[in-house]
Design a protein around this ligand. Structure first.
Ligand SMILES: Nc1ncnc2c1ncn2[C@@H]1O[C@H](COP(=O)(O)OP(=O)(O)OP(=O)(O)O)[C@@H](O)[C@H]1O
Ligand SMILES: [Mg+2]
Length: 432
């Protein structure tokens, strides 16, 4: 009992070592000076010294950061102790606009899985909005815990797409999609990828899809194929498209058949060239297939046509990668009864905009992300365009999507159509 008390006391002193060291240093300096100039004058000198140090912005910032980090580490210790977790130590603490990033290390016999499972209780103890855990890839014992205190994307109004004034773009280059919680631009590189976008009505799926289509439109070497279950969402890009299918399953099937023909032709070309896949320097075009309201086609009342559509699309997603076919599809909820999992699982990149439930968020991003704190149901309904992007780094990134308003989209589509016409004329080509 006494031993435990003593252990507790030593632990508490150790966790407050920074504050104790600072107070100790002040007392020691005062004592030394008191021997020379007297106690009162020594206090005056020490307080003056402290004031001078605090007047230097760098020193003040360092002290504030160090004290905040020490406080967070103490609270972390108290939280996992209160939750009865095996030991997970907190290390470096970094402030970010959303709260703090805490480097953590699980002791032997513990694991970061414990933190994942008890994230809600830990959030309560720490009095934060959310606790998110990311394990390091190379070491299961270490990782980063994000203590989310506020949503830095909450107050941000719509952010215009930085590429809207570009004269020409390349689909081979990464496409800026939005800004993350640190204010940095989040991009996706589409070649050899397929993107699934999901979210509740009005969450911003069509807006996000239009950034991908706009990039493809401004790349005259890319062929754009549009499927639009509403017709009005993508029609602005029609002058740049190889083909546009509206809310008509026969048209959509025709489009996919034609595209499959192109894909097979491309594979024959690659075989002749002795290549396995399309590369940027080949000059072979990429094909971007944008499908808005995927559920319209996959939920068609004619089961035979519905199945044919699903099979054609699945084939393009499955085999199109090396032939330069990129499929980007948007739908409200890609649950298995709407999007067959054989199709859904082939999409490598996912963008989950606001969802009603954590389950819906997981349907878009993949099983399990919501319980790790990556849950699109936590996005407020007013935050249109905010979502979680799961792309190259394999971890969902919360971001506010860039926005192309109707006027920008009209102007950009007209510019892209003119650019394409110029290129076709100068190449002496005609549209097929
Ligand atoms: N990134 C964004 N920034 C600001 N506003 C946005 C953004 N994305 C969407 N919005 C706003 O939200 C509205 C709805 O967006 P959008 O039409 O893309 O939603 P949706 O998910 O496609 O809806 P639905 O399921 O009904 O088709 C837009 O008209 C726009 O005003
Ligand atoms: Mg839409």
């Amino acid at each position: 009992m006494w031993l435990r008390l003593l252990g507790g006391l030593v632990g508490a002193l150790w966790r407050s070592r920074l504050e104790l060291t600072l107070v100790g240093a002040i007392v020691v300096v005062q004592r030394v000076l008191a021997g020379l100039v007297g106690a009162a004058a020594a206090w005056g000198l020490v307080l003056g010294l402290v004031a001078v140090v605090l007047a230097v912005p760098r020193a003040r910032g360092w002290l504030r950061t160090a004290l905040r980090a020490a406080r967070v580490r103490r609270k972390w210790w108290a939280a996992w102790t209160d939750c009865g977790l095996p030991r997970v130590r907190a290390g470096r603490v970094t402030s970010i606009p959303a709260g703090e990033l805490v480097r953590v290390r699980a002791s032997r016999g513990s694991s970061l899985g414990h933190v994942e499972h008890r994230a809600e209780e830990l959030a309560v103890c720490l009095q934060v909005r959310e606790v998110r855990v990311t394990r390091d890839r190379e070491n299961a014992a270490t990782g980063t815990v994000t203590l989310v205190r506020r949503d830095p994307l909450a107050g941000v109004a719509s952010v215009r797409w930085p590429q809207r004034d570009a004269a020409e773009l390349s689909l081979w280059e990464p496409i800026p999609m939005g800004v993350n919680e640190l204010g940095a631009t989040v991009s996706v590189a589409l070649p050899e990828r397929n993107v699934l976008l999901g979210g509740e009505p009005g969450a911003g799926k069509s807006a996000a899809l239009s950034l991908l289509v706009a990039t493809a439109a401004l790349d005259p070497s890319t062929r754009v194929w549009l499927l639009d279950g509403k017709l009005v969402e993508l029609s602005v890009w029609a002058p740049c498209a190889q083909r546009l299918a509206g809310p008509d399953i026969d048209e959509a099937i025709e489009l996919l058949r034609e595209l499959r023909g192109e894909m097979e032709q491309r594979y024959r070309e690659l075989l002749l060239r002795g290549q396995r896949k399309v590369a940027r320097e080949d000059g072979l075009p990429l094909n971007l297939v944008a499908c808005d309201e995927l559920a319209f086609y996959l939920g068609h009342e004619d089961r035979r046509k519905q199945k044919e559509f699903a099979e054609l699309l699945r084939d393009l997603v499955a085999r199109g990668r090396a032939a330069g076919v990129i499929v980007c599809a948007a739908t409200q909820k890609p649950a298995a009864d709407v999007v067959p999992s054989a199709l859904r699982d082939l999409f490598g990149f996912r963008l989950a905009l606001r969802c009603n439930t954590p389950q819906a968020s997981d349907t878009i991003l993949g099983q399990g992300w919501a319980s790790l704190g990556h849950d699109a149901a936590t996005i407020a309904p007013v935050q249109r365009g905010v979502g979680l992007l799961l792309a190259e780094d394999g971890l969902p990134v919360r971001m506010r999507g860039f926005h192309l308003d109707d006027a920008d989209a009209d102007e950009l589509a007209a510019r892209a159509a003119a650019l394409r016409a110029d290129v076709w004329l100068s190449n002496g080509e005609t549209r097929s």
